[in-house]
Design a protein around this ligand. Structure first.
Ligand code: DQA
Length: 143
């Protein structure tokens, strides 16, 4: 069972970027935790980060995975193209956010991704990704 994790725009800046909102962990530190959790729950994982909407869509369209965990960053609130890509591949998708988008600016409460996702995990810091991996394992195991 293979899961891909996509980190969207500006998430390469974690650690430096608004630590009061996103915490102090760097993306590499979060990725280490993701790899550990994937191994614990018995998932193969491939992790990518991109600031480009087109590259994110190309990754979603690759047919070499069983479930998708995606933090689309600001594209959450703008990208019908990423939404359409997720619909096209019809793989179980979990939308992840580090911050609780519902406790922030109003524009962050609109997600184009939520309506094509199995579920959304928001506000648990880096743990949002780890919760998503456990959820992906359950979904792929039929539970
Ligand atoms: C984010 C929330 C988005 O609103 C924001 O644009 C991000 C990060 C999060 O993980 O909390 O880049 O997706």
């Amino acid at each position: 069972m293979k899961v891909i994790v996509i980190h969207g725009p500006n998430l390469n800046m974690l650690g430096k970027r608004e630590p009061g909102v996103y915490g102090n962990l760097t993306l590499e530190e979060i990725n280490k935790k993701i790899r550990l959790r994937a191994a614990e729950v018995g998932l193969d994982v491939s992790i990518t980060q991109s600031n480009s909407e087109a590259e994110i869509i190309d990754t979603i369209q690759k047919d070499d995975y069983d479930a998708l965990v995606i933090n689309p960053g600001a594209y959450t609130h703008t990208s019908i193209a990423i939404r359409d890509a997720i619909s096209s591949v019809a793989k179980p998708t979990i939308e992840v956010h580090i911050s609780n988008v519902y406790r922030r600016e109003e524009f962050r409460t609109k997600s184009f991704i939520a309506g094509v996702s199995y579920g959304q995990i928001t506000g648990f810091g880096a743990d949002s990704y780890l919760l998503a991996l456990s959820a992906a394992k359950n979904i792929l195991s039929g539970g």
